[in-house]
Design a binder for this molecule. Sequence first.
Ligand code: UD1
Length: 421
Amino acid sequence: MYLNINNDKIHSGEIDILGAKNSALGIIAASVILDGDITLYNIPDLYDIHVMIEALKQIGFNVFFKNNTLKITGEANNFILSNESLSSIRGSYYFYSSLLAKFFHVSSFLPGGCNLGARPINYHLEGFASLGCDYVIFDNHIEIITQELHPNDIHLPFPSVGATINLIILASTILGVTHIYNPALEPEVLDLINFLNHAGAKISIKENYIEIMGVTKLKGIKYKIIPDRIESGSYMLLALTKTFSSISLNNTNYKHLEEVIKTIKNIGGIVRLNKNKITVISPKKITPINITSGVYPKFPTDLIQILAAILSDSYYPSTITDTIFENRYSYLKELKKLNIDVKYNFPSYQVSSSHIFNSAKLICSDLRGAFSLFTSCFLTHGHFQIQNVDFIFRGYNSFLDNLKKMNVSFSLGCSTDNLLF
Ligand code: UD1
């Protein structure tokens, strides 16, 4: 699908932020190890979530999803996940730990997700192995099995979000004490811990490790997912473009966005905070900066591409470094179509522009890169086309409704009727 944007005015708007996709994925998978009915609120209505729901149904649960509320009843009766769509999303690997905890066995597809580089899962598998599991990988499948799970001290080589979540889920039902050293402490990890603790788990965060005291039973609960800080941050950055005056976000949490707010202020934007509402006001001109992404609480890798689009709109170069993923650059060749100058010095690059073109056809190839290209269409007035816009729909709830709320003129088409360009 493609999105034509006719950018002929100054935009502003107020939109609602939904629950964090990356929290929801872990928490939905972790629901497998709870006994009793579960209700999850603030769940975004996104492709990845629907894939997780189908998987829950396939292993025996009754699932009802309406108005961003997910009700899960029944219980899992098998450990084989044969739905191929699981290989199209990253979060499907959270079922590995929950099914292992429940059945001592899981058979599934390897995870997919955006192409940001190699994205191995060795930390997950080495962690599972140290808790007593064996695994075999063949074609696009994985089989993990254990005779007996036991607690252990796990040292993660890097604070991986996915590995931390998977190991917490598995360890939470292993009797004894497991420590995860060098864990990721992203808000989404803390949300999972909060969810499991509400259900009866005993998980605590120490100075440089997470301590998990395994329990025999976790009970069904009602739980509200935290707001999506990446969705929030994306729209906060969009507000900095020349053809936006401001954007207000409701139902968000500025405490998860401190580094993003600091960066926006450094660029020249104004940020107003009022309880659960954030308003960002566009600057008259962009102040160039040097920025490096890092693990939380540093600037998130998921927002670095969108920030790059903003920083492009300056004659003076900004230097951007992404230390987390080695291949988060494919969108840069698309930005060049707008006359944005990119100088590579991997893992850093510089962006600048003396004159941004007012027409271009931009092709998306990953979720956040897609939102970056979308953002670049607001750096100047003109007509733009975003191809493969479906990538954006995968991470941004009610995206087209939000465009309407921000008074953006657009039309949506499928690739075969692409007549504009
Ligand atoms: C999660 C998020 C993703 C976000 C990323 C970093 C989900 C579903 N996705 O991805 O949106 O961009 O955190 O905030 O929550 N690594 C290994 N071996 C492993 C695991 C990771 O080498 O077993 C490397 C990765 O290649 C990467 C780094 O560690 O270079 C961080 O990856 P990780 O934090 O695990 O990211 P994801 O959980 O895949």
